[in-house]
Design a protein around this ligand. Structure first.
Ligand code: FMN
Length: 196
């Protein structure tokens, strides 16, 4: 049985740069035997505009979000996976709001002890991945996005593997014809399918 990978697609452009690279990644991962679940996070219906900090998740023993909408069952499946891959364009020096919305609600997969500062969670076995595309060079937001996800990885005792794609214009189709990037993205999919 191959690795179980969940890919969270955070770009609203179905056929855009990020999803093009994501498609190649998935091709590489499936070739290597992984079982990939792709979630179009950007089109999931969320009851609220973001996490509303109701803290319902912290009051229960279960690792589940208290808000019942289309994001909740996706979050519930994360602990069953081996690899979780976040994918996003850079939007104003950070991840897209669509991805961040789902990511904030991952708080429900952790129990935070306000007295000791300790966090318990069922995510320590996960490898985290990041695919991010940006219009500028890596200093226009890609490195900050990477830092966000590597901080998350460190805090759950995991590690982050990332594929950053700078100079990805929304005004051309250049990415789609970039054979070198295609190879790189497929190799990245392969790597995350065999990683320990
Ligand atoms: C609202 C918005 C904000 C953006 N902000 C940045 C930015 O801060 N830094 C950057 O390098 N690119 C920025 N870009 C460019 C996109 O990140 C880049 O073109 C990306 O590849 C688009 O991905 P997509 O085709 O998946 O939508 C921005 C684009 C949009 C629409």
């Amino acid at each position: 049985m191959g690795k179980k990978i969940m890919v969270l697609s955070g770009s609203p452009r179905k056929n855009g740069n990020t999803n093009t690279v994501v498609g190649w990644f998935i091709e590489g991962a499936r070739d290597a035997g992984a079982v990939v679940e792709l979630i179009d996070v950007a089109s999931l219906k969320s009851k609220f505009n973001g996490c509303i900090a109701c803290l319902g998740c912290q009051k229960s023993d279960k690792f589940e979000c208290a808000v019942d909408d289309e994001i909740k069952p996706v979050l519930a499946r994360i602990p069953e996976k081996d690899v979780l891959v976040f994918t996003t364009p850079v939007y104003f020096y950070g991840p897209s709001a669509q991805l961040k919305l789902a990511m904030d609600r991952m708080y429900s997969l952790a129990k935070f002890n306000p007295h000791t500062g300790e966090i318990s969670h069922p995510l320590g076995h996960l490898t985290l991945g990041l695919i991010s595309t940006g219009g500028g060079d890596v200093n226009r937001g890609l490195h900050i996005v990477e830092q966000t996800f590597s901080t998350l990885a460190t805090s759950i005792g995991s590690k982050l593997e990332s594929l950053l794609v700078p100079f990805a214009s929304m005004y051309s189709d250049d990415i789609k014809h970039n054979g070198e990037l295609r190879e790189k993205a497929m190799a990245f999919g392969h790597k995350l399918s065999v990683t320990e």
